[in-house]
Design a protein around this ligand. Structure first.
Ligand SMILES: [Zn+2]
Length: 349
């Protein structure tokens, strides 16, 4: 792998999720050197969460020093609406409710003495896939994350396109159904894409179709579909159609050369879901050139890796991989596997 000059630099990326805080130590050449994970202490308030993050940064900083790496910045990504300019968590999911309004960037910078940058978690995933995963080489990539909710982000020439206020790409909340009886979205409005194609939406559609109890997991629907059950296959196919058509409309707006689908639902069997999404999307594209469609390559660590990439930038270090084609580091080969032990240590807390 080609090293940039002075690639002893590294950064720490922190993914603040509803149930856990995941962190990675990333060297400037894009290698994941170590990772760590603790439960999210959101119920104990902002200072408890900040203190946990200081602990993670300190642990990974020690591992970095032992390997001759200098941590130059910290990136934090969080679910919800984040103001990247001010480093503030503007609006967050229910599980992080106590953290709304947190000036995370300021508090983490003063607590760690490092440059800190804060982003939305899907924007972090998109950046990681663009620089090191399925989006490498794209001039313009649309990233779609599907799981409990549906989010998205856009990159152009290797950098995120954040919009005027940092919220660009929130594509779960485009309208796909104008009927008055359209399902209600988690955001409170009706007829949004997320209300059709997110995991909970598909599980709810399955419960409605079978007269089963609501609140079942998407996993159950996927298992039953894999076993050949008709209603389970039907709701997955129908959600895939809406999903593909909605994102296809966005492809007509944005004209990306790659569309990358990630998030927890990327693990669904392509034959039961993603093939249908891709077919519906392709049928919707009006331009003469269809974008390349793929599933994300970096797995569940993508958000933390993206956070580390902005941490490197916050620390003033140029980031390897911004424009290069994939070489050496090939997370696509083993998306869910950790790096070999000789390149990786686990911080224990
Ligand atoms: Zn919505």
């Amino acid at each position: 792998m080609a090293h940039l000059e002075g690639t002893d630099a590294a950064a720490i990326g922190v993914d603040l999720g509803g149930t856990k805080v995941a962190a990675v130590l990333l060297s400037a050449d894009g290698a994941c050197v170590a990772d760590a994970e603790i439960p999210t202490a959101a119920a104990r308030g902002v200072d408890a969460v900040a203190s946990d993050i200081f602990g993670l940064v300190a642990d990974l900083g020690r591992l970095a020093a032992a390997r001759g790496l200098e941590v130059q910045g910290v990136g934090l990504v969080s679910a919800g609406i984040v103001d990247p300019e001010r480093g503030v968590l503007v609006a967050v999911t229910d599980t992080l409710a106590g953290l709304a309004g947190w000036h995370a960037g300021e508090q983490l910078a003063s607590g760690t003495g490092l440059a800190v940058k804060v982003l939305n978690d899907v924007q972090g995933m998109a950046l990681a896939e663009q620089r090191l995963g399925a989006g490498v080489g794209a001039a313009c990539a649309l990233y779609v994350a599907a799981g409990t909710g549906i989010g998205g982000a856009l990159t152009r020439d290797g950098a995120l396109v954040l919009g005027a206020h940092g919220f660009a790409g929130d594509l779960g909340h485009i309208v796909v159904d104008l009927e008055p009886g359209a399902p209600r979205c988690a955001c409170g409005r009706v007829g949004h894409l997320e209300a059709y194609a997110s995991g909970p939406a598909i599980a709810a559609a399955y419960a409605a179709a079978t007269g089963g109890r609501p609140g079942q997991d998407l996993r159950i629907v996927a298992e039953r579909a894999a076993a050949g059950e008709t209603p389970a296959r039907g709701v997955l196919a129908s959600a895939a159609r809406v999903f593909g058509r909605g994102v296809g409309g966005l492809v007509n707006v944005v004209d990306p050369d790659k569309v990358v689908f990630g998030g927890g639902m990327a693990a669904l069997d392509p034959a039961l879901f993603w093939d249908g999404v891709f077919a519906a999307l392709n049928a919707e594209v009006r331009g003469p050139v269809r974008p390349e469609l793929s599933l994300a390559a970096l797995g569940t660590r993508a958000a933390a890796v993206g956070a580390a990439l902005v941490g490197l930038e916050a620390g003033g270090h140029p980031v390897a991989g911004a424009t290069r084609q994939r070489e050496g580091y090939d997370p696509g080969a083993r998306p869910a596997e950790p790096a070999p032990p000789e390149h990786r240590e686990r911080a224990t807390r």
